[in-house]
Write a protein that binds this ligand. Structure first.
Ligand code: UDP
Ligand code: MG
Length: 306
């Protein structure tokens, strides 16, 4: 097998046949030994029956039907685990990633790269909120991690079989694939493109999923939040010590003291808030550790023709 294309699918019934058409005309130019692996991530619409029907007519179509919605990163991981191509492509099902770009990416790989990712020059049809949070997040992440995770890049990319084999050996449960792939290294480069609007349907990334994904990226690749907590703890303690000295001084030396309810409340609430945040940050790391210790399977397959 030359090329495996992995397509995570969550409620994409109106995109599947067009995606298949466009992928087919692109891949036919490159090779005739390719497979399209559709990973159905617990879609509630007609996506799965459509994929199955297509696979009856086209032998290159493979499918993995997960037992429920496990999330985008896990769906892609399931596809990676089953892929057998020498080159592997990850692409969204909603046609926001133009299949035609695969040709450029494939050519670029031939120049001696193991990973070619697609970097968005511009994004169309996204809310200002999403554009802004994504922009800030990617820059923050690249500052606080020691590896260089490229900014403005999704999972749309093409990579060598070797990278996929290494990914399979990385056992973490909270997947942040683009970070893991950067971590692996070798020669990586990018091609630029303009991200299109979703062809049909609506985003499967709710705010909650986005937040969890962002936290997975940070906790998976940086300990800085924990360190900030420690530094801040020291800072606040020094400050508190000075106030204590001052309080003793005014009580016993100059004997000028007042009930001071307001200032006390402020200090208590402030320190209380900081402590809650600190415990919360520790909790984020702990819950991920717990996840890994439980060691449950990452996903369950209901049905597959692989
Ligand atoms: N997706 C998935 N599981 C989910 C959410 C999304 O497999 O829980 C798929 C979705 O079908 C699409 C890709 O992941 O192929 C990207 O998702 P989406 O387009 O909803 O995200 P956005 O482009 O809005 O960030
Ligand atoms: Mg999309």
């Amino acid at each position: 097998m030359d090329i495996s294309v992995i397509i995570p699918v969550y409620n994409e019934e109106n995109n599947i046949s067009m995606l298949h058409e466009r992928l087919r005309s692109v891949l036919d130019q490159l090779t005739n030994r390719y497979e399209l692996i559709f990973v159905n991530d617990g879609s509630k619409d007609n996506s799965m029956p459509m994929i199955k029907a297509l696979s009856k007519r086209h032998p290159e179509i493979k499918y993995i039907d997960l037992s429920r919605n496990f999330g985008h990163q896990v769906a892609v991981t399931a596809g990676l685990d089953k892929s057998c191509g020498d080159t592997v492509v990850i692409i969204d099902a909603d046609l926001q990633d133009p299949p035609e770009l695969i040709i450029d990416m494939y050519q670029k790989m031939k120049e001696g790269f193991q990973v070619v990712y697609a970097k968005r020059k511009r994004r169309q049809g996204e809310s200002i909120f999403k554009l802004w949070t994504a922009k800030v997040f990617y820059r923050l992440l690249s500052r606080i991690t020691s590896i260089s995770i490229p900014v403005d890049t999704g999972d749309f990319r093409i990579m060598d079989k070797r990278i996929v084999q290494i990914l399979r050996e990385m056992p973490e449960k909270n997947k942040y694939l683009r970070g893991q792939i950067s971590w692996i290294g070798f020669n990586q480069t990018y091609v630029e493109y303009e991200r299109q609007q979703r062809n049909s349907g609506e985003t499967g990334y709710t705010f909650r999923k986005m937040l969890r994904f962002a936290l997975d990226g940070i906790t998976g690749f940086s300990d800085l939040p924990l360190k900030i907590v420690t530094y801040f703890g020291f800072l606040v303690s020094i400050f508190a010590f000075l106030i204590m000295l001052y309080a003793l001084y005014s009580r016993y030396i100059i004997e000028d003291y007042e009930p001071g309810w307001a200032s006390l409340m402020i200090v208590i609430l402030f320190i209380g808030g900081i402590q809650m945040i600190a415990v919360g940050i520790i909790g984020e790391y702990l819950s991920r550790m717990n996840n890994n210790i439980r060691n449950r399977p990452l996903y369950i397959i209901r049905d597959s023709n692989l």
